[in-house]
Ligand binder design. Structure first.
Ligand code: C5P
Length: 220
């Protein structure tokens, strides 16, 4: 029988990362933060002085294929540099969104992502986990929250880290990112046909986790 996968897809700052990480821990499964792969690609290309322009799609793919990426628990390394923090900035998110619209970049990351599917199972967080990467996953969650809610959560996160920002600029950024992610031709952000929708605008992390765990138990 196939190795189980729980997909958690949804727009920027919908709480996917948090939900997916808690689920992985509770289920004792592996965890794939697929956005980190696009973030690292954007970071490496920017550092190499390659403009994130479709004219440079092949150059970005060549660079990506040469990147020594390693995962260690929740940390991500690029050669001998821990880039876990560097890839989390708003700029890194926007750059990830730009490179992720290039079909060749997406294609180059497919096998790497599928390689995370190991026993006893996987929780995968992203935009196209259920639609493209793991279409046979028994549970696909599409997590949303209102834009106002997502901007406010991101604002609190950044302020608590001492990073100055405003709710309005965050909301504008996340709406721009969602618009790009939803309108691209390859693997656009959208719920899989068999996805279960969860709007967590008014839910705590605990109750979102409980809801999804109940869905998962229902599949066993
Ligand atoms: O989830 P995260 O914010 O880290 O993702 C950063 C960007 O990477 C997203 O805005 C999206 O453009 C892209 N992405 C994607 N497909 C995924 C995960 C992320 O296109 N599976």
């Amino acid at each position: 029988t196939a190795i189980p996968v729980v997909c958690v897809d949804g727009p920027t700052a919908s709480g996917k990362g948090t939900l997916a990480a808690v689920l992985a821990e509770k289920l004792g499964y592996h965890f794939l933060d697929s956005g980190s792969l696009y973030r690292i690609t954007g970071l490496a290309a920017t550092r190499a002085g390659i403009a994130l322009d479709v004219a440079n799609e092949q150059a970005i793919v060549s660079l990506l294929r040469s990147l020594p990426i390693h995962f260690e628990g929740s940390h991500i390394w690029l050669a001998n540099e821990d880039v876990s923090e560097a890839i989390r900035t708003e700029d890194a998110g926007m750059n990830a969104s730009k490179v992720s619209a290039f079909p060749a970049v997406r294609a180059a990351l497919i096998d790497l992502q599928r390689g995370f599917r190991k026993l006893p199972g996987l929780v995968a967080d992203g935009r196209d986990m259920g639609t493209v990467i793991f279409p046979d996953a028994p549970l696909k969650v599409y997590l949303t929250a209102s834009a106002a809610c997502r901007a406010e959560r991101r604002y609190k996160q950044l302020i608590s880290k001492g990073i100055p920002t405003t709710i309005d600029s965050l909301r504008a950024d996340l709406e721009a990112r969602d618009a790009r992610d939803s309108s691209r031709t390859v693997a656009p952000l959208k719920p899989a046909e068999d996805a279960q929708l969860l709007d967590n605008s008014d839910l705590t992390v605990e109750s979102s986790v409980e809801t999804v765990l109940a869905w998962w138990q229902g599949k066993q």
